[in-house]
Design a protein around this ligand. Structure first.
Ligand code: 3SL
Length: 232
């Protein structure tokens, strides 16, 4: 039976062998939630980029360029990092390049896996179906915050583990920790996360509606897959 493991931060990735496995990169608040929303609302493909300048350069090729640092839209970009950018305006047919503090790094750093998927609560059921069909070992790569652990990505890992229980073994300690944390949190995720550092950071920026949106499960069925430099 394949297994699901959890890497709590990209800083721990050197300790994981992703060869032959599927990596599910997650940054629930908010990068991967925004990407899933963008692809579900007409964006045709996404370039996840690590550096601001490299991201901005995509504008010359007709891309919408989006950038966030420390929760705030970076100067000189079309968009920041909110899922509502793709809900409140029609972006159908547009290409997107995006760089964020942690999420885009987690995606790029996962590229040693056989396949890199992008996960969020918004598409957790579709991700579970995808990896079940593939039948390979899975590692959830949590974006964390600047190299350290965060609660919200760990809860996503626990939610995915719950969805895969019975078809995947959950017997890595990191997976068990995430699974049990999710059992405690799932009835009231917003309440459980209210003291967490990134929720507090986003609340200071008055982005409460983004938090509530990103914590919804199974809104979308799209599963972004990294093909070369692009998520499709
Ligand atoms: O760190 C990231 O990649 C972002 O998702 C952070 S924020 O939610 O846009 O502040």
């Amino acid at each position: 039976m394949p297994s699901i493991d959890v890497c709590f931060s990209p800083a721990l990735l050197p300790l994981y062998d992703l060869t032959g496995k599927i990596a599910v990169a997650v940054d629930v608040l908010r990068a991967t939630s925004s990407m899933v929303t963008a692809l579900s609302h007409g964006i045709t493909h996404i370039a996840p980029v690590s550096e601001l300048e490299a991201c901005r350069a995509y504008r010359d090729q007709g891309y919408l360029v989006a950038a966030e640092r420390d929760g705030v839209k970076a100067e000189g970009f079309d968009l920041g990092n909110s899922p509502f950018h793709y809900l409140e305006e029609d972006r159908t047919g547009r290409l997107l390049a995006i760089t964020t503090t942690n999420g885009t790094q987690a995606i790029r750093l996962s590229s040693g896996a056989d396949e890199v998927l992008v996960g969020a609560f918004l598409n957790v059921g579709a991700v579970a179906d995808y990896v079940r069909r593939a039948g390979k070992d899975v590692v959830v790569v949590c974006a964390g915050w600047k190299g350290v652990f965060n609660l919200e990505d760990t809860l996503f890992a626990g939610c995915l583990a719950e969805r895969l229980a019975g078809d995947f073994t959950l017997n890595h300690d990191a997976t068990l920790a995430a699974y049990h944390l999710y059992q405690t949190a799932k009835a009231d995720m917003l309440g459980f996360l209210s003291q967490s550092s990134h929720v507090q950071r986003l609340e200071r920026l008055h982005i409460q509606k983004d938090i509530e949106f990103c914590l919804q499960e199974d809104t979308y069925t799209v599963v972004p897959v990294l093909k070369g430099d692009f998520l499709v």
